[in-house]
Every structure is written in structure tokens, then in C-alpha cells.
Ligand binder design. Sequence first.
Ligand code: FMN
Length: 320
Amino acid sequence: MDNIYFWSPSVQFKTENGELKVECFNYGKKCAEFFPELYYIAQDGATPEQLKEHFPENKRVFLNSLIRDFIKKKILVKSVITPAELFYSQKKLFHNEYPDDMRFVREKLEAFRIKQTNRRMFSGDVSYILEKTGQGELLENRCSVREFSDDVISYYDFSSVMGILQSKPETHKRYYPSAGGLAVIDVYVHIKAGRVEGIREGLYYYDPVVNSIVFMNDGKGIVSDAHYFTNKEISEGSAFTVYFVYNVGAGMPKYGGMSYYYGIIESGILIAMLTMSGEKTGIGSCSIGDMVYEKIAPCFNLNDNQILLHSMEFGYKKNR
Ligand SMILES: Cc1cc2nc3c(=O)[nH]c(=O)nc-3n(C[C@H](O)[C@H](O)[C@H](O)COP(=O)(O)O)c2cc1C
């Protein structure tokens, strides 16, 4: 199975004027000769050798470099693809009435946000206005924190936040729900230099069984330019960062492809739990929706069945 590649389910190709086009890449006429056969074979999975066997010998050297390029660009894949790869095709299916530049104009984006947050999808003759109960101080004051205090996080507060992820030895369960109780999210934490009491700078694996963090490396490979511009400062100022990794092997044997979906939901639950356990101790947080995970992935020493999904920045709030 190790060397078996599949045509990525999220990648489309076509031949136009005799030229091969794979998503945004134009491979030209010479490459078009291998299509659609190569696609059909790779749909079912094949090693590079098996792929080449289907074509005349005098074309195999050329085909070899094409296959290598497809592998590099993740057109041919041999393990579960990332959420960015998996979901990007969905945009095509949605008719967007807004101009693309709306995303980059602050005022337009804010107007869009307010419209969305106030949307009401249904109104009817019968409705019950619910009582104003209040949501308690913690929730009333919660908001994403993007500038953190320089204060060193106490070992106790750090333990209190991370501890909600532990496995309970008596029941082999967690403090949060997960599909089938499989707890498919692996957690890693990057501790910044001198920012958490008594803990050396570095990247750690959170071990839920012992409720400990286990040193992996100095974390220097977690470079700030993996972040998109607006998130750089948030990550530079935080005391620690939590990374959520979907463990394919923990979920797919039971739930198949839906396990990926459940893993994303589980990750959302963890985000909410960590947010709230942070709030209790004056530790603010900010979710980071997207970053160039390829730039930092090597640090995590993940296997093919682990996918980086999300990260969250943490630090004491200013004026807590
Ligand atoms: C999935 C997800 C991704 C997010 N990504 C980012 C991000 O990349 N950068 C950022 O500054 N905030 C990010 N946020 C925080 C949201 O911007 C924030 O929750 C939203 O603006 C509402 O503000 P509030 O949390 O202060 O109530 C993200 C939140 C979620 C849940």
C-alpha cells in the first residue's frame, strides 16, 4: 500500500485544444497523450511502475517525470488529503453574488458580517420570545483575544486549560464527546520561550493518557511566515499554541470517510472547551482558521494518517 498512488478526488482535469489542463496547471500536448487512461488507472490506485506499464516503453522516461510532478503537486496522492484540498472544489458549486474583492475591503466585509450575523431565515405567525436568562459572566465577556499580556502563564493555569483534554482512566472517556468515543483528535502544543512557568521552549505532544506534555523538539521549525499576514502578530505574541491533528487511523476503521467530518466536528468541540477553560483562568485565545501547514508540518513528525486541522493561540488577557 505504501507506494500506491491515487488520483486526488479533489483534482479535475480536461484536455482543451489537445492540451492537458489539470486544475490551474497547463501541461501541454505531450502530456495529454496519457489521458484519460492515466486518470482511469490512478482512480483505482497504482504504483508509479504500474502506471508506466500501461504506456509504450519509449514514453516511460517522460511519463516518469510527469508522475513525479503529479506527486509533488498532490495530483497523485497516497494518503488522506488536507481539508483545504478536500473542500476547495465546493466553491465552484456555489453561486457567489458578491464580487471577489469583497473579502479584501474592510468596510464591505464588516457590512457582510453584520448582515450574516443578523440573518433570520424564517419568520412565522407563531413565535415564542425566550426569557432573558443571561449566559453567565464567563460567556458574556468572552471574545477572541489577539493581543496578549507578556505575563508568564502559571503552571497551574496551563494545566487547568490543557487538562480538559485528558483521558479518564476509569472509563477511558474524555470530558468532551466524540463520535464513537474514539477521540480522533491528537493535540500538540508549542510553548514559547519563557512564556509558561517552568516549561522549556519547544513543541510538545499532549499525552491524554498521562495528562502530560512530552517534549518533541525546540519548536524553531514553527516559523511565523507559515501564517497569513493578519495572523502573524497574534501568533508572535501568544504564550503557547495548540494544534489539532485528525488521526485518520483512529476513526476511519469504524466510520470510513465520515470519520473525517466527525473529526472536524470534534476539533470544534475541543476549541470551545479550551476557549472556556481558558476564560476561567484569564487566558484568552484566538482560533487560527488557516495557515500554510506544509511549512511547519515537518516539525510534528506526523505519520501519513495524521492531518493538521487547526490551531489556537493562547496567552493571558491584558488587564485581567
Ligand atoms: C474556525 C475559526 C477560524 C478563525 N480564524 C481566525 C483567524 O484566522 N484569525 C483571526 O484573527 N481570528 C480567527 N477566528 C476568530 C473569529 O474571527 C472570531 O471568533 C469572530 O470574529 C467573532 O469574534 P469573537 O470571537 O471576538 O466573538 C476564527 C474563529 C473560528 C471559529
